[in-house]
Design a protein around this ligand. Sequence first.
Ligand SMILES: Cc1ncc(COP(=O)(O)O)c(C=O)c1O
Length: 394
Amino acid sequence: MTMYDFDTLIERRGTACSKWDGLKQRFGVDDVLPMWVADMDFASPPEVVEALRRRVDHGVYGYTVMTDSYREALKNWLAQRHQWTADPDWICHAPGVVPALAMLIEAYTQPGDRVLIQPPVYFPFERVIRQNGREVVYNPLVERDGRYEMDFDDLDRKLDGTVRLMILCSPHNPVGRVWTEEELRRLGQLCLERGVFVIADEIHGDLVYPGHRHRPFASLDARFAENSATCVAPSKTFNLAGLNTAMVLIPDTHRRRLYQQVMGRWSVGSLNPFGAVAAEAAYRHGGAWLDALLKYLEGNLAEMRQRLAELTGIRMVEPEGTYLVWLDCRSLGLPDQALDDFFLRKAKVAFNEGRIFGPGGEGFMRANIGMPRALLKEALERIASAVRDLQASR
Ligand SMILES: Cc1ncc(COP(=O)(O)O)c(C=O)c1O
């Protein structure tokens, strides 16, 4: 018996919620089950809600700084959950991981510089690189026996001295890989040799399934730490994405100063009081809730695995972490727009279209399973019925 309730459906419509209230704007329809943007339909840990309630009751919501206690909460979390001994001085604020990526790119590269990413990957990576006037270099992941891997031969060729920076997605959204220590060491070594600075986006690092272990890139080698900036946040782990609170750990003093200068230029260094309170409470008291959440998500995954195995046409790429599931829909034989329409208008579920994640995403869909089991079952039932209708019509 878990002391946390993930089964009760909480009505989110009417809360200006992107995932539900934003359906019409994003997809043109709103009679669909939303399984797209990466937040969950669960309440945050009760300890977080309670801490926020106390803060609300205070009544004064002025400018807010990062306290020693906040730094210590994150430091302890990283040490206990990931055996990473981080220095609290490394911790910088960010109003989100994507804003952090944009500022890190601005801090460490010049317009026209080349930045490497590993598609199919979280689509804002490419957008922030391009919108900041930098050039994107692809090192596409390769799929072997249903599992994605890094292509080190291609990486070796692409890191030819013209690439200054890479963004590592670890664990990887959308393919669900939790990179092994060996893979990360190989990558880190190559980046050191080629003078490539690594931004490690580890926002999904706490969401890892049994049999896998998230290894913070910077924890593997002091030289990797000095050559990297690591983005973390309580937003995915504890479902706090709307509070716009993230952290960047930058061990190298000079690099840290450069990042802080960009923060200063954009005047975004102030924390919001609710984000600060929620993040600290989550890192101090959220461990048991997270363990229960992971068990629940495993159950959701099992449900999806079983239902999809009964169908032909949709193959689930087994995730090692994250609540995002990468679905290979190529066997349905539908071109891009028809595939979108099939899920939206026939199955009536809203996924993220695979192709927005860049090369290698065509014919795939990304499904978010962070929802009550009953709702997931309903979605899977709709999908099964739509697939049967499609196949019967041929
Ligand atoms: C890899 C990755 N980075 C960053 C984000 C978003 O971070 P934020 O909301 O803090 O900008 C997401 C959200 O899905 C993500 O998957």
